[in-house]
Write a protein that binds this ligand. Sequence first.
Ligand code: FPP
Length: 244
Amino acid sequence: MSKHQANGDLPDRVPVHLAIIMDGNGRWARERGLPRLAGHRAGTENLRRIIRACVEFGIKILTIYAFSTENWGRPESEVRGLLSILEQVIDRELDELHQQGVQLRHLGRLEGISPELQRKVRQAIELTKNNDRLILNVAFNYGGRDEILQAVRRMLADKVRPEDVTDELMSSYLYTAGLPDPDLIIRTSGELRVSNFLIWQAAYAEFYATPVYWPDFDKEELRKALIHYSRRERRFGVLKPETT
Ligand code: FPP
């Protein structure tokens, strides 16, 4: 029995790269008679706990879906609220994240965000760029198809020859360039959709869905998801030698 199993605490094999679709903030709030933004705030508090838990569990990369390109279609007050939450996270949490050794990255487009917020995002990325305990990719103003379209446009602009277009080249043109693909994608709140998240990178990711709303998805829930993952066998489309 491994050390991890022995203390009954940590799963045996943790993903290097975990991605999370943090869903259910709105329903969490509605069930409590609160405005949707209260759900997003509770979700943000939870994010803080989950980041800490990821560091503790030894996960090296965490990618979170915070705001999709489709989310601009939500009521203006909610969009403004989500943008201001992002700003508050940078203003209030950056020092602590930096101290924890978290390297912040942004996946998505900065256009559409105020110049002031763009500046803060860039500064946060610059400040934390040498941290290596956990890479935290924040997908904000992000869409998976949009990411692939951008990549194709840049390849054409770079005059890449058709025969040079490979898996590796495509990966190097994505926002996640240089990072391994996610091993596990968690979606909270019971939905079973990918919702335009990491379309290319998710090709062989394991998927874990739970009915728990994001604000309630605590360290214990994360542990459950990781234990589930550690028991799965990943085949990447290939059969095990003894079954061939
Ligand atoms: C989905 O719940 C959640 C979002 C669209 C936003 C997620 C954002 C946070 C948790 C805040 C942290 C963000 C930053 C900027 C770091 P939903 O509103 O779709 O819930 P519902 O499906 O129950 O309505």
